[in-house]
Design a protein around this ligand. Structure first.
Ligand SMILES: [Mg+2]
Length: 423
């Protein structure tokens, strides 16, 4: 967990979806027309070839054209202020992008808790302002919190000097800053500085995403498993679910593999019921060495958890399976309370044949043997069916029972049960 005080938002392909095709429109027909009209190129094709060559080197059209001019590659001189104005005037914003009131609300609510919000783009300033206007987001960012490429030249993203200039301007430091970005190169540069990183990947690593947007042009394909990536989201609407701590100025990602279906569905939820589900996931992993839900992408993972269907490995006994089926019910109200679960035969210390269960055995091994033995020798209740018990009115009792249950289950892990991966 880390305290944060600032958020940087990339603009293109982050504050609007790649699937709009807007980046391809701007980087294709619009910029090529600019180069024909203003820089003297004789065809759209020759303009595109040079633009792509320099964009791949510098990740910014403006910086690329500046360098191309210095290297004698442009038929006519490049006035950098012309590019932003041309994009602002000639991009067909209305055809591709539109305000998203839900996204506005997410960003607005982050500003309301006192976080410093800034936009940082490698695009020219006039274009950036116009684009934010068209997205309906301009009012969320004061002019001195909108950083375009002119504000950091001769550096630009992903050079560390560029990020340092922006952080200095907004009065924050890398350790207290979070960036939302679609570019892996920028994500890696930020991580190296100590900035918390959120990769925005609309396609969740899918093939369609590899063919669109600026990242694709730079061969900068999203890599969810890259150690520079702290968190992956599909779009900013997922922030309240995946990073709820942001509203308490904390960077603390929810681990999706442990999230209950009702949380993924974006519904209101009971913390106790959601904890019970998560406890089931942990227990499943401790007993089997695998997680009940896994997938190549988070989108697939969410779909599997929403369906709530999982397969038991052969190593689990019938009593364990009954326990897990009850704890991991899709219907949150049908999950047992912690006190009810403590009465389950397997948790209480007996397996199907009335023998000492592995939880009880582990507990006995890890704790004072006398205490454990005394507990296990006490008369055991019959196995309580795992079914809907509702949640007790006494929150204190429920919490105490949950703690007791967690300690028992963690006892297995402490004694060297199979390790399992995080999210
Ligand atoms: Mg971008």
């Amino acid at each position: 967990m880390a305290e944060i005080d600032a958020i940087l938002f990339d603009l293109d392909d982050t504050l609007y979806p790649v699937s709009t095709g807007f980046s391809d429109h701007r980087n294709g027909e619009v910029v090529c027309k600019f180069m024909v009209d203003y820089l003297g190129f004789d065809s759209m094709q020759s303009a595109k070839a040079l633009r792509d060559e320099y964009f791949q080197r510098y990740h910014s059209t403006m910086k690329g054209l500046n360098v191309a001019m210095e290297e004698g590659r442009l038929p006519k001189p490049f006035q950098q202020e012309d590019l932003g104005q041309f994009w602002a005037d000639h991009c067909d914003f209305a055809r591709f992008i539109h305000p998203d009131p839900e996204q506005f609300q997410v960003i607005h609510s982050l500003a309301q808790v006192g976080l410093k919000l800034a936009v940082f783009t490698n695009s020219p300033r006039k274009y950036a302002l116009s684009c934010l206007d068209k997205l309906g987001l301009r009012t969320l960012f004061p002019d001195d919190r909108i950083f375009a490429v002119e504000d950091v030249l001769p550096a630009c993203k992903p050079q560390p000097e560029a990020f340092k200039q922006v952080l200095e301007s907004i009065g924050s430091c890398p350790e207290k800053t979070v960036i939302f970005e679609d570019s892996m190169k920028n994500i890696r540069a930020c991580k190296a500085l100590g900035i918390r990183t959120v990769l925005v990947d609309e396609f969740q690593g899918g093939a369609t995403g590899a063919a669109a947007g600026e990242a694709a042009l730079l061969h900068d394909i999203p890599e969810h498993a890259d150690p520079a990536v702290d968190v992956v989201i599909k779009d900013l609407l997922e922030v309240p679910t995946v990073l709820p701590g942001m509203w308490q100025k904390r960077f603390e990602a929810v681990r999706p593999r442990y999230m209950a279906p009702e949380i993924i569905r974006g519904e209101g939820y009971s913390g106790f019921a959601a904890d019970m589900w998560a406890l089931g996931v942990v227990l499943f992993a401790l007993l089997s060495g695998t997680l009940p839900f896994s997938a190549k992408t988070e989108m697939q993972l969410y779909a599997r958890i929403r369906r709530g269907s999982f397969t038991f490995p052969d190593c689990l006994g019938d009593s364990q399976k009954r326990l897990l089926r009850g704890v991991m019910r899709k219907d949150a109200t049908a999950r047992p309370s912690a006190s009810a679960l403590l009465q389950h035969a397997w948790v209480a210390g007996r397996d199907d044949a009335g023998h000492l269960s592995s939880v009880a055995a582990a507990t006995a091994l890890m704790t004072d043997s006398g205490k454990a033995s005394n507990r296990l020798q006490a008369p055991q209740p019959a196995e309580a069916p795992v079914r809907a018990h509702g949640y007790p009115k006494s929150v204190t009792n429920q919490t105490a029972h949950l703690d007791d249950l967690t300690q028992k289950i963690c006892g297995i892990s402490n004694k060297g049960a199979t390790a399992f991966g995080g999210s």
